[in-house]
Design a protein around this ligand. Structure first.
Ligand code: GLP
Length: 261
């Protein structure tokens, strides 16, 4: 796990966008994994700007989303499918149907989850997965206690996550669904490169747990310690509880320029 501490979200966004741009230049039909939430927004803004400037194209790329709420009506603005369409997909040149999402309105949710796993495999797997981090250590919607070997399935949200996400529902925790669909931890671990973005002091404890404590289902993001290629991009506030912050800074300052993420 490479921990990279930057001054702000804009600097992080540039580094992540450089990585996406380099991947699509090398492999135009790459498969991306897309996260929703506030953490990747600056990255999506940067990618939309670069697309508008003719620097990157998603025309042959495909993408899979990480998670979805169960039961939000099709046109609900917080349905993750609508969120990603708004934040990224509508701003770049993905082909129609190139971005796949979990259907929180499916009649048979488990059958849909199984088909989603198969679709990721059929696409050749995810080349680059963008991730956020929950304050309770969740990635996608894999809440504490999630099996470290889990696959795409239905989960119950914790009170903490519903409280954290209430800000997207007008501050009304009761409006946040109880259930969600999420790629499992093993599904996420199948991606070839994982880029996790976290900013702000509210994430500092979860970042420390993820990077510097033992692997445990109680902090699901710790599973990433078992992945051979994880880049963690955080700002100084999110880095404020790291024990090895100076080492990470020194390492990145001396990183060979040809290496990329
Ligand atoms: C949400 C999402 C995750 C997201 C995380 C952090 O509940 N399901 O995919 O990465 O929690 O959200 P944010 O980036 O808004 O802090």
């Amino acid at each position: 796990m490479e921990v990279i501490i930057q001054s702000d979200a804009k600097m992080i966004a540039r580094i992540v966008a450089d990585t996406v741009q380099a991947l699509l230049a090398r492999k135009p039909a790459a498969v991306l994994g897309l996260a929703t939430g506030s953490s990747p927004l600056a990255v999506y803004d940067e990618l939309a700007e670069r697309y508008a400037a003719g620097q990157v194209s998603f025309a042959r790329a495909r993408a899979f989303m990480l998670d979805e709420y169960v039961g939000l009506e099709a046109d609900h603005p917080q349905r993750y499918r609508n969120v990603i369409d708004h934040d990224l997909v509508s701003r770049v040149d993905f082909a129609p149907n190139a971005v796949q999402s979990l259907d929180g309105l499916a009649a048979d949710l488990m059958e849909m989850c199984t088909a989603y796993e198969a679709a990721i495999v059929d696409a050749g797997g995810v080349d680059l997965q963008i991730l956020g981090l929950g304050t309770d250590g969740h990635i996608a919607f894999n809440e504490p206690g999630s099996s470290l070997a889990s696959r795409t399935r239905i989960k119950t949200l914790t009170a903490q996550t519903r409280e954290d996400n209430a800000r997207f529902f007008g501050g009304d925790i009761d409006a946040v669904p109880q259930h969600c669909l999420t790629q499992g931890l093993a599904t996420i671990m199948s991606a070839r490169h994982i880029v996790l973005v976290a900013t702000g002091r509210g994430k500092a404890y979860a970042v420390h747990q993820m990077a510097e404590t033992g692997v445990s289902a109680m902090w699901p993001a710790t599973i990433l310690q078992h992945h051979p290629h994880v880049s963690v991009l955080i700002d100084a506030a999110a880095a404020s509880r790291l024990q090895l912050a100076e080492y990470y800074r020194q390492t990145y300052a001396n990183k060979p320029s040809w290496q990329g993420l």
